[in-house]
Ligand binder design. Sequence first.
Ligand code: HEC
Length: 152
Amino acid sequence: MINRHTRPAIVTMTLLAASGCGDNQHPEAAIALYEQIQQEDYQSFARAPGYETRKPSDAPHSDHVDIFINSVVAEALAADETLTIWPEGSLIVKDGYTDGGELELVAVMDKRSDGWFYAEYFDGDAKFSGKPDVCTDCHASGADFVLAFGFP
Ligand code: HEC
């Protein structure tokens, strides 16, 4: 029976099935990025606009999410001028929790010179990194778009 408790597991399985065993295109860069966000203590970052507290999510990123933005994103959001692109160095981290409040995954977007680097970790291990189709199918809309809070 599919109910709200089994759904996250099924979605995770679907994501994995869609790309074989995940799609970890840049394992070393993924490890480095994970170490970086731990060192920077990302959970102490500002929260994304509209995500002042943990929120239920309909996205395939667990049932509840916390979304954190680094100072580059926070300053871009606070700037008076309208940006057309998120600056390099923008970093967004999303923690996905189960209904039971257990941390299930950590999803990261890091803006680099060649665009967003995507990574998703389960128990600290990257299953996806680089520009996996499974991420860009939803996230790359042609414009420089952040799903949780929109354009620059
Ligand atoms: C089926 C569509 C879908 C797929 C596939 C998807 N995402 Fe998301 N993602 C979303 C939505 C919708 C949000 C907005 C926040 C929410 O509702 O959880 C989001 C939010 C995020 C955020 C917070 C910043 C933002 O854009 O809002 C990160 C980081 C993120 N996703 C990373 C990833 C990574 C990494 C992958 C690939 C492993 C991925 N996502 C795959 C739909 C998707």
